[in-house]
Write a new protein. Structure first.
Length: 450
């Protein structure tokens, strides 16, 4: 049985690290950055290391005398075997030249123990018949997603290499057509504002219900897949795949949604339906309508699709319906923080833009000017922090009783734009066919039927 085996550790390496810290204080900061007290297997070594960290925090020099004095004051000296053991640790090393090697050894053993402990926990959960298989998968992904600490300290990039890559990218951009350097959305004003959807970006599209945020995001996805000839993924937690497809067909074929829903198509509608379905069938759009999906599972699915088919963008409708890991269930603030952080990490890992739709709080309705602002985001703290772009959709006609010629104008308000300007662009929204279009103003101010 695994339980009868001794956990991985290296007593000599642990002693050598602590001895090096007392021998030459200059190595202390390096060790402090790399190791935590829990990385030490032996309890007495944890206590000594915690004592050294406390001395460093107080600005007191680290040596045998100060460590002994501190542990005496804390009444923990006898717990580690007295001053005799401190001397044993100090005398275990004659030079600090190999401290980095010893740190790698201790960290490797620590991570191995973490893996064993977490795996044993999963084994016990696996035997529990009350645990759903998908919950077990989610828990496994969560447990093993943050064990990359062996790479700490190896992620520095010397500036000359970064500059070379930067120049190459500038040269590539200079050869491209126009100002769009990312994925074109087909919306001229939007592309101008963003230079196209950029990889690594988490983009939030927020609005009150019935403002058209799902239609807007679907239009963006549809245009990105068509105009850039790339694969995109849609995670719909609110509507089924058939409802999404109905909206996509309505927008592509310019067929009234009501006619598709009731089957009351007229002659031209059937031809438009045929053309729309042929166009959409040729696009790399992948839909997942799993309700209540956990963000860890979503990330795993995207990673798999990226490896198998290639993936250039993800859209999530909508963010508040995602679930976090079981460990954060019951604490909505921590859960939302985990969700937004995971989506941003996924955008960076896969090097793609991720669009997440979000609801707004009701406080919008209590203001005279009902244009949304950052504070209107539900659970806004972590979302606002992690997002690269936050946009709000606003329709004046939604709040008006009388219709006029501008009732199909939607404002896309950039509340946050990490790499660009904030401001507002306008698009035309044809509600009956769930379609957004470029807004072209004629001399009389009419919007043409495109």
């Amino acid at each position: 049985m695994l339980d009868n085996r001794q956990m991985p550790h290296s007593t000599d390496a642990e002693q050598a690290i602590l001895g090096s810290m007392m021998l030459d204080e200059r190595v202390c900061e390096d060790v402090k950055l790399k190791l935590t007290p829990d990385d030490f297997y032996h309890h007495r070594h944890k206590i000594i290391y915690e004592g050294i960290l406390a001395l460093l925090e107080q600005g007191i020099g680290v040596d045998v005398t100060t460590v002994t004095s501190h542990l005496t004051d804390q009444k923990r000296l006898s717990e580690i075997g007295g001053v005799e053991y401190i001397l044993t640790v100090f005398e275990s090393v004659a030079t600090t030249a190999h401290t980095a090697h010893y740190m790698e050894m201790v960290l490797e053993k620590s991570i191995a123990r973490e893996i064993i402990t977490r795996a044993q926990t999963l084994v016990e959960q696996g035997y529990d018949t009350a645990t759903a298989t998908q919950d077990l998968i989610d828990e496994a992904q969560q447990q093993f997603s943050n064990l990359g600490r062996l790479n700490q300290g190896s992620d520095f990039k010397q500036i000359d290499g970064v500059i070379v890559d930067f120049i190459k990218n500038v040269e590539r951009l200079s050869q491209s057509q126009g100002d769009v350097t990312g994925l074109t959305t087909g919306f001229t004003a939007l592309d101008k504002m963003t230079s196209g959807l950029q990889k690594n970006d988490l983009i939030i599209v927020a609005a009150r219900p019935a403002m058209g945020k799902t239609a807007f995001a679907l239009n963006v996805v549809q245009n990105v897949a068509k105009l850039n000839q790339v694969n995109v993924a849609i995670f719909s937690l609110e509507m089924g795949a058939d409802q999404l497809v109905s909206r996509l067909i309505s927008a592509e074929g310019r067929i009234e949604a009501y006619r598709l829903k009731t089957g009351t198509l007229e002659g031209q509608d059937w031809r438009s339906l045929k053309i729309a379905t042929e166009v959409l069938s040729g696009l790399g759009i992948y839909i997942d309508d799993t309700p209540g999906i956990r963000v860890g599972e979503l990330r795993a699915k995207c990673r798999q699709l990226h490896q198998q088919k290639g993936l250039s963008m993800v859209m999530i409708d909508y963010m508040q319906l995602l679930s976090g890991s079981k460990s954060n269930s019951g604490n909505r603030q921590q859960e939302v923080s985990e969700i937004s952080r995971t989506l941003k990490e996924m955008a960076r890992e896969l090097e793609i833009p991720v669009i997440a739709l979000s609801q707004l709080s009701r406080q919008v309705e209590s203001r005279e000017d009902k244009r949304p602002m950052m504070s209107d985001l539900r659970e806004s703290g972590s979302i606002e922090q992690d997002a690269d772009i936050v946009t709000f959709l606003y329709r004046e006609d939604y709040y008006k009783k009388d219709m006029d010629e501008n009732d199909n104008i939607v404002e896309v308000i950039f509340g946050k734009h990490r790499s660009g300007a904030v401001g507002t662009i306008k698009l035309a929204f044809r509600k009956e066919i769930s379609r957004f279009e470029n807004l072209v103003m004629e001399p009389m101010g009419n919007i043409p039927d495109l």
